[in-house]
Ligand binder design. Structure first.
Ligand SMILES: CC(C)(COP(=O)(O)OP(=O)(O)OC[C@H]1O[C@@H](n2cnc3c(N)ncnc32)[C@H](O)[C@@H]1OP(=O)(O)O)[C@@H](O)C(=O)NCCC(=O)NCCS
Length: 148
C-alpha cells in the first residue's frame, strides 16, 4: 500500500507555513493565516511531506484539552493521493502526540467547508487510523481516538 518512496517526511516549522497555505489554497479558501499555522507548528506536532523541493502534504495540530490533541488539518496534494502519504503523516502526529503526553486525538470533518476540488468522505481513512465518530450533526462529523 505504501508507495511513497521518494517522499520525505519531516517536522513542519514556521518557515513552511506559506507553502502550506499555498498548497491548501488550491483545495479550499481558508481564513487561516501563515502566522497562525507557524505558531501551531512550533508548539504542537506538525509534519510535512516533500517530493524534491515541493511540498505535497502536511498535517498540523493544536491543543484541544491539556491531554487531548486536535488534528487541525491534514492534506495531501490530490495528484499524490492513495500512496500512503496521509497515513504516514497521521502516524507521525500520533507518535509525536504520545511523546508529548497526549492521551487522545479529536478532529472534525464538515461538509460545510466548501472546497475548490471535489471532496471525498475521509471516513474510511480516519477509521483505518483508529478513529470513531464521537458526535454527528447533519453536516459535520467529530471523530476521536484514544492514544495507546
Ligand atoms: C484524506 C487524505 C489526507 C488521505 O491522504 P492519502 O495520502 O490519499 O491517504 P493514504 O494513501 O494514506 O490512504 C488512502 C485512503 O484515503 C482515502 N482517500 C483518498 N483520496 C481521498 C480524498 N480526496 N478525500 C478523502 N479520502 C481520500 C482513500 O479512500 C483511501 O482509503 P480507502 O483505501 O479506504 O479507500 C487526502 O486524501 C486528502 O488530502 N484529502 C482531501 C482533504 C481532506 O479531506 N482532509 C481531511 C479533512 S478532515
Amino acid at each position: 500500500m505504501s508507495n511513497h518512496h521518494n517522499v520525505f517526511f519531516s517536522p513542519m516549522t514556521g518557515n513552511d507555513a506559506e507553502d502550506v497555505l499555498a498548497l491548501y489554497r488550491g483545495y479550499m479558501r481558508t481564513g487561516q493565516t501563515a502566522a497562525r499555522i507557524a505558531h501551531l507548528a512550533s508548539d504542537y506536532p506538525a509534519f510535512k511531506a516533500t517530493l524534491g523541493n515541493t511540498l505535497v502534504g502536511f498535517c498540523y495540530s493544536n491543543s484541544f484539552a491539556p491531554d487531548v490533541l486536535e488534528l487541525c488539518n491534514i492534506y495531501v496534494d490530490h495528484r499524490q493521493h492513495n500512496l500512503g502519504i496521509g497515513s504516514e503523516l497521521i502516524r507521525l502526529v500520533h507518535q509525536a502526540a504520545i511523546v508529548d503526553g497526549f492521551s487522545a486525538m479529536i478532529l472534525s470533518n464538515s461538509q460545510l467547508y466548501e472546497t475548490l476540488l471535489p471532496k471525498r468522505d475521509p471516513r474510511s481513512f480516519y477509521e483505518r487510523h483508529g478513529y470513531t465518530v464521537l458526535l454527528e450533526t447533519p453536516k459535520t462529523l467529530i471523530y476521536s481516538r484514544a492514544l495507546p
